[in-house]
Design a protein around this ligand. Sequence first.
Ligand code: 4NP
Length: 145
Amino acid sequence: MKILMVCLGNICRSPLAHGILQHIADSKNLGWEIDSAGTGDWHIGQCPDRRSIAVAKKYGVDISTQKAQHFTEKLFDKYNHILVMDRQNYKDVIRLAKNEEQKAKVSLFLEDDIVPDPYYDDALFEPVYKMVEKRCQDLISKLSK
Ligand code: 4NP
């Protein structure tokens, strides 16, 4: 199973989803490959936001070695699922899809809700971590059957 997590900057939300899902999948020896990318290109090559690194570390997940990459159309064919954090991410990713098969891979990470952008609000990192972790557990049970 190959899953790509996508947000805007690839420094706050998608690195958490990437790190948490990889961590759980590895603990179950599932052999899954998780990665993440951003629809914006400002942070290419940077490590995650220090607040995301800190909240993940608090719960035993190390995301400090991740490096931000830009979402480009060549990534569609590398993954089974492309999970986006909010509706703007959805529009930006779908716009780059070349065919229905690529479009069908894209969905909201939370299915019918968004993961709020914590970039301008320190108090959101903890609740974002919790909601992302819960969904990662659900994805493991749903997709590892
Ligand atoms: P993310 O958060 O999309 O969860 O990584 C953001 C990070 C950076 C910016 C916006 C959102 N920014 O404007 O630089």
